[in-house]
Write a protein that binds this ligand. Structure first.
Ligand SMILES: [Zn+2]
Ligand SMILES: [Zn+2]
Ligand SMILES: [Zn+2]
Length: 241
């Protein structure tokens, strides 16, 4: 956190250096990202992502959409609009925050997107099947996504039973856990652990971790071995999983 002098913010451990939360999902043919955070450009440069086929949005909070402007590079190199998948509510946020992308008379060089409206129904991005999962961030509906046996859920503090059924059977779950203290719109550490326990998920990683949670290595020692904190650059091979 800017201007913070806590142990986490001053830590030399790379795993304590947390950019804003998003993931990249890749098959042989298709590469997509879930959310474009303010750190999107840094993340794409770091991982040298040369091709991007689509963006799926969880919700329209700034820490999940701010990087959308930087897709210009992919427009330039791929010579086509970027496929963007968002529900109606998120689209309203995108239109507010990026009014120029949606304006009738477009200034040259601005991002070019091909907007797809998603609901709670499964959809495809290239050859990757995606199952949306509706979760709640205080009162705000947010989408999590299941890709095969892997499920990604960020910015939630409530998941209804019918949606839990969609997560059930996942071999890997990435779930938000903000800090130890209860928070109004994010699961805290204990609540996130309870979800993993209830759904009997064999392997879980916690994301959207605040500096308030504490040092990566300390928290991982407190957690059972099948639940650990995610870190920037974590790669998971889903083949055969
Ligand atoms: Zn701090
Ligand atoms: Zn949020
Ligand atoms: Zn967030």
């Amino acid at each position: 956190m800017i201007a913070c002098g806590c142990d986490v913010c001053l830590s030399k451990n790379e795993k304590d250096k947390r950019l804003r939360s998003s993931i990249l999902v890749q098959s042989k043919k298709t590469t997509l990202v879930v959310d474009t955070t303010p750190d999107f450009r840094t993340q794409m440069l770091r991982e040298n992502v040369k091709k991007l086929d689509g963006i799926i949005f969880t919700h329209s909070h700034k820490d999940h959409i701010a990087g959308l402007d930087d897709i210009k590079a992919y427009n330039f190199f791929q010579h086509k609009p970027m496929d963007v998948y968002a529900n109606q509510l998120t689209q309203e946020g995108l239109q507010r925050e990026f009014y120029y992308i949606f304006s009738e008379h477009k200034y040259p060089g601005i991002p070019d997107i091909n907007l797809h409206t998603i609901t709670d129904k499964p959809f495809m991005v290239g050859d990757i099947p995606v199952i949306p999962i509706l979760v709640f961030h205080l009162k705000m509906p947010v989408l999590g996504f299941r890709f095969g046996d892997f499920t990604y859920i960020t910015d939630a503090n409530r998941i209804d039973d019918i949606e839990k059924e969609k997560i059930s059977g996942s071999k890997i779950l990435v779930l938000n856990a903000l800090r130890k203290k209860v928070h109004i719109s994010h699961f805290n550490l204990q609540q996130a652990m309870d979800v993993v326990e209830e759904l009997k998920i064999p392997k879980a990683y916690f994301t959207h971790v605040s500096h308030q949670l504490g040092l990566n290595d300390d928290i991982n020692k407190e957690l059972p071995s099948h639940i650990q904190l995610a870190w920037d650059g974590l790669k998971i091979d889903l083949k055969g999983k």
